[in-house]
Design a protein around this ligand. Structure first.
Ligand code: DX5
Ligand code: ZN
Length: 248
């Protein structure tokens, strides 16, 4: 499976934002991830529609807006006007999540939904057929540069199964938080199709291009290992239980 890389501008140099976005695009980034925080849903405050519009103007890549805000419905049209392509809302702040998704669709956005690490995947089971993107938070949202929560890998695997079983295989499965060269393989191997990376891209000592190359290569290795594991599992099942091998 081809994995898309979505650098998060949260760790970019905001004084040179357009330049950093162009650099990421030239380095082969697939999407640009924009983290919007309100100081209520999460303890940090970042940016809003005006900066999103500046990102839009700096690139032709899809702009992927992650709303970590309360009452996101109030701001959907502002982000649509700012040129967002994908907008992702948190289940925890959307009592009428289905309606919110419908509204995003009406505005011409690709609707996305996400969950905090402590929130059960079951809360998405009814809406996954309606979305274009489902995002697993692999850190508690609010800050860049945190460590990947290891239990996220199993959650990604379960979400992949849920998407496939609910007829939503075409939706992107995005993972956000602590993705770097060490974790990208497991994330992609578990079934992610879009990897967000902030600190690992904009904070890499060898620059943005090298960072993206390394993360992509780790993700492709992880995806290939997972596919090989599945093939081995199928082969073993055909041969019979006496020859069953471990695929871990
Ligand atoms: C966290 C944000 C992430 C963040 C990821 O609340 O949603 O998008 O930028 O940053 P890293 O890749 O540094 O963990
Ligand atoms: Zn994010």
């Amino acid at each position: 499976m081809t994995v898309l890389i979505a650098p998060s501008i949260l760790s970019a140099d905001f004084g040179r934002l357009a330049e950093q976005v162009s650099e990421a695009a030239e380095a082969g980034a697939d999407w640009i991830h924009v983290d919007v925080m309100d100081g209520h849903f999460v303890p940090n405050i970042t940016i809003g529609p005006a900066v999103t519009a500046a990102v839009r103007a700096a690139t032709d890549l899809p702009v992927d807006v992650h709303l970590m805000i309360e009452e996101p419905d109030r701001y959907l049209s502002a982000f649509a006007d700012a040129g967002a392509d994908y907008v992702t809302v948190h289940q925890e702040v959307c009592p009428h999540l289905h309606r919110t998704i419908e509204r995003m669709r009406e505005l011409g956005l690709h609707p996305g939904v996400t969950l905090n690490p402590a929130t059960s995947l079951d809360t998405l089971v009814e809406v996954v057929p309606e979305v274009d993107l489902a995002l697993i938070m692999s850190v508690n949202p609010g800050f860049g540069g945190q460590s990947y929560i290891p239990s996220s890998t199993e959650k990604i695997r379960r979400l992949r199964t849920m998407l496939d079983e609910r007829g939503a295989s075409g939706a992107e499965l995005e993972v956000d938080g602590g993705v770097n060269v060490d974790t990208a393989g497991a994330v992609s191997g578990a079934g992610a199709s879009v990897l967000v990376a902030g600190a690992a891209v904009f904070g890499h000592p060898d620059g943005i291009a090298e960072a993206i190359r390394l993360i992509r290569s780790a993700a492709e290795d992880g995806g290939a290992t997972a596919e090989k594991g599945e093939t081995e599992e199928e082969d073993a099942a055909q041969v019979g239980s006496w020859s069953r091998r471990s695929v871990d």
